[in-house]
Design a protein around this ligand. Structure first.
Ligand code: AP5
Length: 231
């Protein structure tokens, strides 16, 4: 499945819940890129400045990185794409990739279910500036809506929480601009394929999860190519 939505919409938060429920991996291009930056790889060196400015990393670099990740064995039962595709060029690349035979002894993948998060602009700002995450387990918190028991300390493993470098107001503005120009058109792209479902991302975390699980189950039970529920 594909999680589509603006920065701060809750894609990472929900992806972690779907991982637990369906036991399929979360492929977050943002996390993969940040890992490359932290390790100082060639890809990380190329991506670092663009990410710090809130711009998208070039399609060919991201597509190659995703292609290398999707052929790993843990993706054979399915996967959650969080933050990918983000441009029409990436979506077209993904269509071609999924139409091919990724794993031995398996037919090509069914088209993905695409979940579009609709969230109020002001909520996005509050969520991003208030986000804190655990550098050890990856758990995501928010000082306003999902605080930790002890301020700035992960509830699960006691690590000191960190704020993302691109969660500063001036960078957030650029990220939202990139979303409007380059990513929002993808909703129409997937709507034409009949696999798009909207969720109300302004609701609390549990209610958003319920909407996503309902959508997954509807599509699992519907023949490929049919439109299934959702606004
Ligand atoms: P990436 O890491 O993908 O960032 P993003 O898409 O901007 O999304 P975020 O991770 O900021 O938000 P999210 O929707 O996951 O929200 P979260 O669950 O954390 O990308 C970073 C950069 O990498 C890009 O700018 C680009 O440079 C590059 N990049 C990545 N992919 C690329 C691609 N495909 N092509 C090119 N470049 C790429 O939630 C946010 C906060 O809200 C948290 O604090 C959470 O606790 C809270 N929250 C979540 N849900 C709720 C709720 N329902 N109610 C209240 N609070 C909530």
């Amino acid at each position: 499945m594909i999680l589509l939505g603006p920065p701060g919409a809750g894609k990472g938060t929900q992806a972690k819940r779907i991982v637990e429920r369906y036991d399929i991996p979360q492929i977050s291009t943002g996390d993969l890129l940040r890992d490359n930056v932290a390790r100082g790889t060639e890809l990380g060196r190329k991506a670092k400045e663009m990410m710090a400015r809130g711009e998208l990393v070039p399609d060919d670099l991201v597509n190659r990185m995703v292609g290398e990740r999707l052929v790993q064995a843990d993706c054979a039962r399915g996967f959650i794409l969080d933050g990918f595709p983000r441009t029409v060029v990436q979506a077209q690349w993904l269509d071609r990739f999924l139409a091919g035979k990724i794993f031995e002894n398996q037919k090509p993948c069914d088209p993905p279910v695409v979940v579009q998060f609709d969230v109020d602009y002001n909520s996005l700002l509050e969520r991003l500036t208030g986000r804190r995450s655990c550098p050890t387990c990856g758990r995501i918190y928010n000082i306003h809506t999902q605080p930790t028991r002890v301020p700035d300390v992960c509830d699960v493993d006691g690590s000191k929480l960190v704020m993302r470098n691109d969660d500063r107001r001036e960078v957030i503005a650029e990220r939202l601009k990139a979303y409007e120009l380059q990513t929002r058109p993808l909703a129409a792209y997937y709507r034409r394929r009949g696999r798009l479902v909207h969720v109300d991302g302004d609701l609390d975390v549990d209610s958003v999860t319920v909407q996503i699980v309902e959508a997954i189950e509807r599509f699992r039970n519907a023949p490929v190519g049919t439109e299934s529920g959702g606004a």
